[in-house]
Design a protein around this ligand. Structure first.
Ligand SMILES: *Cc1c(COP(=O)(O)O)cnc(C)c1O
Length: 464
């Protein structure tokens, strides 16, 4: 057993390690130079029989684990959506582990439940969302999506909790650029992949409401039950924004559940400059934003909101006797609103982050990220060899070699990533390969971006 003094000594060492990691992170490659299986081969096949010294464990962390790690918290991590575990969030995660609470019921720890409700209300206010919405956290937007479909089904058919889908042939609608969670959620609730209708997009990669209308009418005419429309604010590939007001009007007329997936783009609304991207979201039945994506909060933290939580509760409340508690209106039992029972103290890190940055400070960070993305795009555009493949709405730039083949673009991406100086990912736009450069790290500075732009232009070589 670790003595309090040992804990103190190693704890100080760990904090020192983290502080140095943040300070000197630019000296490290973003991507590990590890071959598949290499880490596994360097670790023993079995766990130790006898206790090992913390010194040895920490030394192996440094020597074996970190070099095999992709540094998601690196200022030159630009792949997927760049994310941040900011220092206040890291401190909160440490304290969360120390308290090690399980917030399944209000009674099992009032702080878990109440701080979650408070921070999600604060966040709704920062984003300009309705004050009366019910908030609950999940690990990911994908998990939230399964709850959304279950709640939508519950609202459509109160007996579905007992009977499942029954004879209904439910359908779900999203744009062809929506995140794959829609399909996974449809698989999970038993609708199946065939139930997902992919609606076409316009020249700015936004769902076409007229095509949505047609799809709904065609399905109704052939005996399907349209259940849910998923609109996306900030699609994963190109960060396009679906026309939520028009989609909301259709959802309301058709009495279909409207879910807004703002996992990435929703964060931008902390800044009044980007608030307009959430126009119409107040009409949604459910809404998701991921603080772990672009609100400087360590993974995992998804915020899910519902205009009316009753269908979710009706779908999932199932209280075994040993968990029954005396009801009090202010004592929400979060297990009644999700399929999971246990619940970690996610709110603590969001609370630390929100207080530590303040709304103004957070808005400044996000505006700076967007500014750096736009600046990067103009540098590439000025070069002449590159094409910006989608409008830069947030802090994501999609670009390609104007006259290069898919192969040339893939090679450019590989060469950038092989430098170790930055990590970019790719997407497909209009069937062609594009490189994706997202800015989202708390330490990324204009100088990092200038270096990246130069490196991209140098590696593009003679290919135009
Ligand atoms: C990242 C992302 C998701 C899913 O994220 P998880 O939280 O990892 O499930 C969903 N929608 C969009 C638009 C995303 O960018």
């Amino acid at each position: 057993m670790m003595t309090p003094d040992d804990f103190r000594r190693h704890g100080h060492g760990v904090v020192e390690w983290i502080a140095r990691y943040f300070e000197t992170i630019r000296e490290r490659p973003v991507l590990p130079r590890a071959a598949p299986g290499e880490l596994t081969a360097s670790l023993p096949a079995s766990a130790p029989e006898e206790p090992e010294a913390m010194e040895a464990i920490l030394a192996d962390f440094d020597r074996l684990i970190v070099p095999a790690s992709t540094l998601w918290n690196h200022p030159s991590f630009h792949a997927y959506f760049a994310i941040s575990g900011s220092p206040p969030g890291v401190l909160a995660e440490t304290l969360c582990a120390a308290l090690n609470m399980n917030g399944m019921l209000w009674k099992s720890s009032p702080a878990v439940t109440e701080l979650e409700q408070v921070t999600l209300r604060w966040l709704a206010e920062w984003l300009g969302l309705p004050a009366g919405w019910f908030g609950i956290t999940h690990d990911t937007a994908s998990t939230a999506g399964v709850h959304v479909l279950a709640a939508a089904r519950q609202r459509a058919d109160a007996a579905s909790r007992e009977k499942g889908n029954g004879a209904a042939r439910y359908t779900v609608y999203c744009s062809e650029l929506a995140h794959s969670f829609v399909e996974k959620a449809a698989i999970t609730v038993g609708f199946g992949l065939d139930a997902v209708r992919k609606i076409g997009v316009d020249e700015r990669f936004r769902m076409r409401p007229a095509a949505l209308d047609e799809a709904l009418a065609a399905d109704r005419a052939t005996g399907f039950t349209p259940l849910c429309i998923v609109a996306t604010v900030g699609t994963t590939g190109v960060a396009s924004v679906d026309p939520v007001p028009e989609i909301a009007a259709i959802a309301s007329r058709e009495r279909v559940w409207l879910h807004v997936d703002a996992a990435y783009g929703g964060a931008a609304a902390v800044s009044p400059r980007y608030r307009h991207h959430l126009a119409g979201c107040e009409l949604a039945d459910s809404f998701v934003v991921n603080p772990h994506k672009w609100l400087l909060t360590p993974v995992d933290h998804t915020a899910m909101y519902l205009r009316d939580p009753a269908p979710l509760r009706e779908a999932f409340s199932l209280v075994p006797e040993y968990l029954r508690t005396a009801g009090h209106p202010a004592a929400v039992n979060l297990m009644d609103y999700s399929f999971q029972l246990g619940r970690r103290f996610r709110a603590l890190k969001l609370w630390f982050v929100m207080r530590s940055y303040g709304r103004r400070g957070m808005a400044e960070v996000l505006e700076a990220h967007c500014g750096m993305a736009r600046e990067f795009a103009s540098r590439l555009e000025a070069d002449g060899r590159f094409q910006i493949a989608a409008p830069v709405e947030f802090a994501l730039v999609c670009f390609r070699l104007r006259h290069g083949s898919d192969e040339d673009n893939r090679r450019l991406l590989d060469e950038i990533n092989a430098t170790g100086e930055a990590f970019l990912s790719h997407a497909s736009v209009d069937g062609r390969v594009v490189l994706r450069m997202a800015v989202g790290n708390w330490q990324t500075m204009p100088a990092d971006m200038a270096r990246l732009a130069e490196s991209v232009m140098r590696l593009a070589g003679g290919v135009t």
